[in-house]
Every structure is written in C-alpha cells, then in structure tokens.
Design a binder for this molecule. Sequence first.
Ligand code: AMP
Length: 304
Amino acid sequence: MRVVGTFAEVRHNGRGPVGLVPTMGYLHEGHLSHVHAARQAGDGTVVMSLFVNPLQFGPDEDLARYPRDLDRDRTLAEDAGVDVLFAPELEEMYPTRPNTRVEVGGPATALEARSRPGHFAGMATVVTKLFAGIRPDRAYFGRKDAQQLAVIRRLTADLSFPVEIVGGPIIRHADGLALSSRNVCLSAGDRIAAAGLCRGLMAAADAAEAGERHGPALEALVRAALMAKPGVHVDYVELASADRVERLVELDRPAFLAVAARVGAVRLIDNIHLDPVGNTADGKFVADRGVRLDRASVMDAGGR
Ligand code: AMP
C-alpha cells in the first residue's frame, strides 16, 4: 500500500478501474466493508481517502475533538486491501479558502440540514474535489449516512460525474449500535444508552415488515425506545423517501427511517432502509437492518 498526500500521486498510482472509499479516518469495520466491496467488484486500484474536512463542520461542532490516528488507520487500511491511502494535508485539499461551494438542493435540505446548516455544502464540495482530482470509476458510501448517500447520488447525476455510486449496508456492533468513529467519545454509560437507537429502529423494522405503513406510528416506536433514557436527547426521528429525502406520512415507496440524537457529548445518527418487496401495491416491505459483527470490533481494541 502506498500512502500519498497529493491528487497527482493518487492518479499516478491508479491502475485499471479505480474504486474510491472516502472517509474521515479513525477507521472501523464500516469503512473497511467498503474496501471489501471494492475488492469484490474487481476494482484494479482501491483508493481510500482520509481527510477530516473542516468545511462540513459547524462552528459549534466537534472538529477539534474528532478522533485522528494515522498510524492506526494505515495498518487497518493496508490489512483490508487498500492500494493507495490518500491522506492529504489541509493545504493540498484547500490551497486557499475556496470561493466555490457545491450547494445541492432537494435531498440536502431536510433532516440533517436543519440541525447542521452548511454541512451538506461542505461535504458535497469535498466529494466533488475527490471526484475531480481522483477521477474514480466507482465510489463507495455507507447507508449509515442515508441522506448523504442520496445527496451524493443527486450531485453525481446533476454534475455528470462518470462515477458509479455504490451504497453498502450499515455495519453494527453485536448489540446493534452502528459503528462510528465518534463512538470512542462515548462514556461507558452513554455507550449502553446509545444502543437504544438501534433497538428503536429494529422495533420499527418489525412493525413495518408486519404491515405498519403509517410514518408517525413507525417514528413513535423509535421515540419510545429512547424515552426516559438519561443523557439521550432526540434531535429528530423521521420517515423519509430514499431518493428525494421527503417526509412520508405513508410508507409507500423505498424509504428510510432516520434518527439523530445527542448521547452525552456525542451526536449520533442511524437509520433503517425499508424497501418494497415485489409489487408495491401489495404493501409488503422488507427492512435492511444492516450487518452485525459477531466479534469485537477494532473500535473495542482500547479506544484512543
Ligand atoms: P466517515 O468517516 O464517518 O465520514 O464515513 C466514511 C464513509 O463510511 C461514509 O460513506 C459512511 O457512510 C461510511 N460509514 C460510516 N459508518 C459506517 C457503518 N457503520 N457502516 C457502513 N458504512 C459506514
């Protein structure tokens, strides 16, 4: 594996179809699952980018606290089969403070956008730079960030990037908590409370698969699992369409049920996708509950 710091070096080291896995580092099995997907898809060169993008953090957010450990990430990336690890300095990514922002409308205006103004413009700008600077054939993103995935699909179509966007399932700890770099900032007590997000989503998944189609009823199941949990403050629970990210009162198309909550000092997001089975008219939906690890995560190996 080569560790490089410039776009030119990434392009120079690319052979065959290039698969790109963008990350902010502090790697876990969620990130690594996308590397495995790229290897399986037969990408000739698997590039992982590792950059904590200041543009997508608000002034009161956790940019300074965001976990970083390049040595740890280098080992994990190499073991997973990354060919090129692109870890640029701020100066490579933003030689000057950019005057350009990529503002996506539609799916970038709901849910997270209400709580994190400017987040999606920052994210879309850096993803655009990665696509322009690396020119990947495929790019891999997690369903963990369901709205982000919808925004990236829209951005890719709107700007005609010749890249195939591949969405991968949510990787979860054995108790259901979705893996996130931010989990290392949870206290032991908050870590237990955080599993409530997944529990609520799974209850809603059961209900949806049993025929519940009413959005507010599904949302209430998630809220109920988080109610009276000390240290948990729900930001939103919402059923939204998968592509346009519009609120759904009735589950009648591909959708995701999303939750955002502050647990202790950490803001967490999670979701389940709900997809129609066969003919939508017969009203059956199946939930994508993600993949649970059957062993300890690399995140459990001593934290920071
Ligand atoms: P991040 O480093 O948090 O910006 O995430 C980088 C990529 O990994 C994004 O496409 C995320 O959606 C994806 N990702 C993060 N956590 C998970 C997870 N638990 N399962 C699957 N993908 C994930």
